[in-house]
Design a protein around this ligand. Structure first.
Ligand code: UDP
Length: 239
């Protein structure tokens, strides 16, 4: 059976940008619905799904800081942006009849649950999708680091990073037609070659815990399911 999942539990990292579709800013509900459909396919074959969403479609602390805001304030705004994205994603998932919990690293009573490790583990075991929002809760981190941190904490089999391109290349494939895609990279190769897979904090975390990371193209319909049933879609980063 080729629909037998290779992974029992995964952490899917979605960038904020992915939610904006062809818009320059904000959220495209059509994109959310398509993602919900793809995530639903995983839930349908019994895969437990945790999600970390970025906030770059709304605010990024570094950009706000470059425009003159205080960096920590900007990062707080960025983290709050991820909560908005998480609420929109939950809405799309629940409209597709997928039970979804949103947890936030920053307490926000009355809006979402506060992140709790054991409760997150329980929700995942029960088959609910859990969206981890507000990043790590700390400024100067990214949602890539949050994805690796939560993925390791809730003991997923792999962290899956959704991108716009088919994997990791030796140079930007959008700018260079002769860019070569890597099938596999070690953590140290990513660090040594300074490949912008994820920021250094995130890569060091997965390396220290030996957590496999797969980078794949979520814009390709069916790619997510394909990764989960064990295809060589995208690029695998492991030890
Ligand atoms: N952020 C933060 N701490 C975290 C995660 C995120 O301060 O642990 C802030 C940071 O300002 C970042 C913004 O939230 O720019 C949005 O997250 P990110 O840039 O990772 O989103 P993505 O690029 O994945 O959309």
């Amino acid at each position: 059976n080729d629909r037998q999942p290779k992974y029992k539990r995964i952490l899917l990292k979605l960038s904020g940008e992915a939610l904006q579709g062809s818009n320059d800013f904000g959220i495209d509900p059509g994109v959310l619905d398509r993602m919900a459909l793809e995530i639903g396919q995983l839930v349908g074959i019994g895969v437990q799904v945790g999600i970390v969403i970025g906030g770059g479609n709304l605010f990024r602390g570094a950009e706000l800081s470059a425009a003159g805001l205080d960096r920590v304030t900007g990062d707080h705004m960025g983290m709050l942006a991820t909560v908005m994205n998480a609420l929109a994603m939950r809405d799309a998932l629940e409209r597709s009849n997928i039970n979804t919990r949103v947890m936030s690293s920053i307490p926000m009573s009355g809006v979402v649950e506060h992140y709790d490790h054991r409760r997150a583990m329980r929700h995942l075991s029960e088959g609910d999708v859990v969206i981890f929002s507000a990043g790590t809760g700390n400024p100067f981190f990214t949602t890539d680091s949050a994805a690796c941190l939560r993925g390791i904490e809730v003991d997923v089999d792999a962290v899956l990073k959704a991108t716009k391109v088919d994997g990791v290349y030796d140079k930007d494939p959008v700018k260079h037609s002769d860019a070569v895609k890597f099938e596999h990279l070690t953590y140290d190769e990513v660090l040594d070659r300074k490949l912008g897979v994820m920021d250094l904090t995130a890569i060091c975390l997965v390396r220290d815990q030996n957590m496999p990371l797969r980078v794949f193209n979520m814009n390709k319909p069916g790619a997510l399911l394909s990764v989960v049933v064990g295809s060589n879609e995208g690029t695998l980063v492991s030890g």
